[in-house]
Design a protein around this ligand. Sequence first.
Ligand SMILES: Nc1nc2c(c(=O)[nH]1)N[C@H]1C(S)=C(S)[C@@H](COP(=O)(O)O)O[C@H]1N2
Ligand SMILES: [Mo]
Length: 401
Amino acid sequence: MIFCILLFVFMGSVAADNSSLSYEQEPERSHRLIINQHEPFNAETGVDDLSKTFLTPSEIFYVRNHGPVPALQEPEHFNSTYMLQVNGIVESPFNISLGALQRFPEKVSMNATLMCAGNRRTEMSKIKTVKGVPWGPGAIGNAEWTGVPLWTLLSIAKADLDNPNLHVEFSGGDVFEGTTHYAQSIPMYKAGDRKGDVLVAWAMNGQPLTLDHGYPLRVVVPGFIGARSVKWLNRITVLDHESQNRYQQKDYKLFLPSVTWENVDPLWNITPALTQLSVQSAITEPADNSTIMHGSPYTIKGYAQSNGARITRVDVSLNNGITWQAADIVYQEKKGYDNRYWSWTIWALPVAEFPSPCVIVCRAWDTSANTQPEAAAHIWNLRGVMNNAWHRVHVHDDKHA
Ligand SMILES: Nc1nc2c(c(=O)[nH]1)N[C@H]1C(S)=C(S)[C@@H](COP(=O)(O)O)O[C@H]1N2
Ligand SMILES: [Mo]
């Protein structure tokens, strides 16, 4: 395995030893995770767990893997043998060990929400089947991340942080489907921005990253779709074009509802890659199809999130969108500047007499008055990405209470 890591470092190669990658070696996982796919492993947080804490415990944080988790063993001197490369269009490319990175004085911790672009995909599939891991509303979580700001590494490599034509590519150590590895890029406007807060992180909620969340090193790109936050990071490359990895070019793009697998091919090239998140919110309590006794008191809870913009209001309807009331903002946190609300907003609405049976709906707004579309049908797309339609939950009356 050490040999395999050295191969990455010295040859910049993606031709890893596939025999070291197998599903059998995958890590222990919490039984509370809802498994959406076994191989590769994809699992989400249950709604009952989602809004309980502002920071999502790592063991129940959603896991989104495109392939097997790399079987990184922990050799004795892992901290000095695990290497991160920083190269590409830079004056001073360098390699740095995990240990050396962790001793950087620039080390910071920051809270940020990650959300998969496929969050709430199953609601789209109810309209017409979409292709992808069937996510409910739990492909989202908020954690404290510790690492070194990406822009400091790019500065040390003497990259041109102000060149708007550059992209920064992150390569992951997971190799699958024969020869493909996972890589993503983000534009320099985000990567090189001190206040963009892109982090090269080794810890989550105060502990080393777990294998599922990218041990030993990952990127956290706050405000962007989760796909860009590359796990098992081993290389950062400055390019004058986007990453050509298939997960950058042939995935995570948004098409019209009329686009099908028959006519999508010519569109991949001309359609821009998704970058920042849109406005999202969902009800976490009660769960869909719950039973609440008519007339009883109940507090509705949920989350809301934008691309860094502040969530200004969350509206809740108890009658399927006819009338609305504003929920209480229970917890909200900004990171110094108004455009850096990287963590989700937790909200609640106490209801004195619950009007079940009913359909409850939520929708959030940010400071630009960006909000959510009424129905998933209008934004349906063949990959089922970016579903941020009003979130609806059906509540039944408990006739036997
Ligand atoms: N190397 C690598 N990085 C990756 C992925 C992957 O499959 N391989 N999945 C991405 C996607 S689509 C998402 S949403 C996030 C999920 O991070 P998590 O599993 O820690 O929640 O990781 C991203 N980083
Ligand atoms: Mo994702």
